[in-house]
Design a protein. Sequence first.
Length: 87
Amino acid sequence: FESPRVGNEAFVQAFMRIFNNETKPMWRVTHAKDPVPDLPPRILQYRHVEYQVHYSADGTYRQCDIPFDPLCEEGLFDGLRHLTDHC
């Protein structure tokens, strides 16, 4: 749930090869405008593993199958962050 970015691109590729396949599907879960998933910054080469399920503030959710899906960001980069959105 709502984890920070955990590794570089090589880590993400290794994780996806080992853990995220048809027999062991995995998702990261994010909530509304929680700031934790934006840490550490991408400029430091940290990346998320795929795939994401994003819950909006109203409780609806969307499965995001591509990195940086704008429909799953819910305005994360608008400068208005909400620590109370972190579970």
